[in-house]
Design a protein around this ligand. Structure first.
Ligand SMILES: Cc1cc2nc3c(=O)[nH]c(=O)nc-3n(C[C@H](O)[C@H](O)[C@H](O)COP(=O)(O)OP(=O)(O)OC[C@H]3O[C@@H](n4cnc5c(N)ncnc54)[C@H](O)[C@@H]3O)c2cc1C
Length: 508
């Protein structure tokens, strides 16, 4: 099997986080609002490590719309010294998983604001892009519905289509298609080359190997499905696929991501999808469903299932449904954000930082828009929500002679019992770096301290100082803060990693 490299940098995963990193690495930008603790234009620190923000308001406009439009309209020249980068993704193109996820759940608008996106050039880029395309109507101003003591707006959310087209535009504008290679990374080991230099060898699922001087893990937060204990056995046995995790549904999407896929591969992929489609249980007409989980995915799933003709939907969640526009407390966005970050950086006990993360995120929630959709389904008699309820058991009934389908009998903690055809586990993912398919290899390379499953990375998001191994996304939350997994976290993480890589690779 082939060996490629060594590359200067291999990024594993081609989602929005990796895209944010590439744009940050490939363009020279002067960004006052880079959320690095060592960005002296934004933060100051005392000798004792107490941080303060120098900006107490929303970010000011750094460039005029005309300057941004000119940038967006011109093909960007890349730094020649950064050509030795490779991005590996199992789908072989940019943002495929992201697109599929939004497609299967039928998500019309993002949850986050217009000012968070993967383009490093300017916070306003997406807004200017919308104006350039005369698509202002796809920017939904929901400030009035969420304004409160913690937040004074504006809160404008982009449509999924607008955000997607913008990402396609920046991939093309920065010439990023060529960086992505198709493959699933199974293993990472540290080796020493013939010159005595450190090099990482990544083994792919087809047996080929890629070598890299620096590796960035950007594989998202869905790599480890969270399967409730009562569902563990039935989820594994599950030959008729009537028990699915919400992340399994992305196989149903035909979206192809951004970038080129050889025609032959695309044809094979579609054939595979067609052969899988009937067995995935996505034919919901006339079916009774159980959806487990109280987050946004469960809400979207219920609405989508009703649209697809489901007869009766039961949504079971362990707590009360929380209705929030964004998936973390609003004081982390808007004008108080930089102060919150400064306070977070000032905490030097990482267990305490973890508590801040938990308080800010406070479990799963649904948006007001999805809440409205669910309320309508309840009124129409299609949906029952069982709050503060757990599933005690779920067993498949013996096949009834007169029908060819088996039902699941579900016992609930409120003593209720349900009979359903299909179970969807919208129970999110487990965050545990020791169990994560890739990060557990990093623990073998060198041990790092862990706080509740999160590794203690350096300020530059390195596994260990000068290790050349970097981690983006949710696993960087102890450094980045509660929106590490979101697109805001993509910008912040990209800024820190690019800062270090630029130094290591000798790029000013
Ligand atoms: C339904 C839903 C809606 C959301 N809406 C928002 C929102 O509006 N705003 C917001 O800020 N956040 C939102 N989020 C949070 C979300 O996590 C981020 O928006 C984003 O998808 C995370 O990007 P990522 O690059 O970290 O991961 P992903 O988009 O998951 O990309 C990771 C990539 O890594 C690849 N990969 C994984 N393992 C390997 C491997 N071993 N080898 C090779 N490739 C691999 C995958 O194929 C995938 O393409 C939402 C999340 C969900 C589930």
């Amino acid at each position: 099997m082939g060996l490629t490299g060594p590359y200067d940098v291999v990024v594993v995963g081609a989602g929005p986080h990796a895209l944010a990193l590439l744009t940050r690495l490939l363009v020279d930008v002067d960004d006052k609002y880079e959320e690095r603790p060592n960005n002296e234009r934004l933060f100051s620190a005392t000798k004792k490590g107490k941080f303060q923000t120098k900006v107490k308001d929303n970010p000011q406009i750094q460039r005029t719309p005309r300057q941004i439009a000119a940038f967006l309209n011109s093909k960007q020249k890349q730094k020649s010294c950064l050509h030795n980068i490779c991005v590996v993704d199992e789908y072989g193109c940019w943002m495929s998983q992201w697109e599929k996820q939004f497609d299967v759940l039928g998500i019309s608008h993002l949850r986050s604001t217009l000012f968070v996106h993967p383009d490093a050039f300017d916070l306003q880029s997406l807004a200017v892009f919308a104006a350039m395309q005369k698509r202002e109507s796809e920017m939904l101003d929901i400030s009035r519905s969420i304004r409160g003591s913690k937040f004074s707006g504006p809160f404008i959310i982009p449509s999924t289509a607008l955000f997607w087209d913008f990402c396609c535009h920046i991939v093309s504008n920065y010439g990023l298609e060529k960086y992505v290679k198709k493959g699933r990374v199974l293993d990472i080991v540290k080796t020493i080359d013939c010159n005595g230099c450190r090099v990482y060898t990544l083994t792919m699922s087809d047996g080929s190997k890629i070598q890299a001087k620096n590796v960035v893990i950007s594989t998202g937060n869905t790599t480890l499905k969270n399967i409730p204990i009562w569902a563990e056995e039935i989820y594994v046995a599950n030959t008729d696929r009537t028990v699915l995790h919400s992340s399994d549904l992305i196989q149903q999407s035909r979206c192809k991501g951004i970038g080129k896929m050889p025609l032959e591969n695309m044809f094979n992929a579609l054939l595979k999808l067609d052969s899988q489609a009937p067995s995935l249980g996505w034919n919901l007409k006339g079916k009774n469903l159980l959806i487990v989980g109280g987050g946004l995915s469960s809400g979207h799933l219920a609405i989508k299932a009703a649209m697809m003709g489901a007869k009766q939907i039961h949504l079971v969640c362990r707590s009360q449904i929380k209705v929030r526009q964004f998936d973390l407390s609003l004081d982390w966005i808007g004008r108080g954000r930089f102060k919150k970050l400064a306070d977070f950086f000032s905490i030097h006990c990482f267990e305490k930082r973890f508590q801040v993360l938990q308080t800010a995120r406070n479990g799963g929630s649904i948006t007001p828009n999805v809440h409205e959709g669910l309320t309508k389904l309840i009124e129409d008699g299609l949906l029952t929500i069982h709050e503060d309820t757990d599933v005690w058991s779920c067993e498949q009934q013996k096949q009834l002679e007169e029908s060819n389908s088996k039902k699941w009998v579900v016992e609930l903690s409120d003593c209720g019992s349900l009979k359903v055809d299909q179970v969807f586990l919208a129970t999110g993912s487990t965050i545990d770096s020791l169990k994560d398919p890739l990060l557990h290899h990093l623990h073998k390379i060198s041990e790092v301290e862990i706080v509740d499953g999160l590794p203690l990375l350096t300020e530059d998001l390195e596994w260990q100082e000068d290790s050349g191994l970097f981690v983006m996304g949710v696993y960087a939350a102890l450094q980045l803060g509660p929106d590490a997994l979101n697109i805001a976290g993509a910008r912040a993480g990209a800024s820190r990693i690019a800062y270090k890589l630029n130094k290591v690779l000798g790029i000013s």
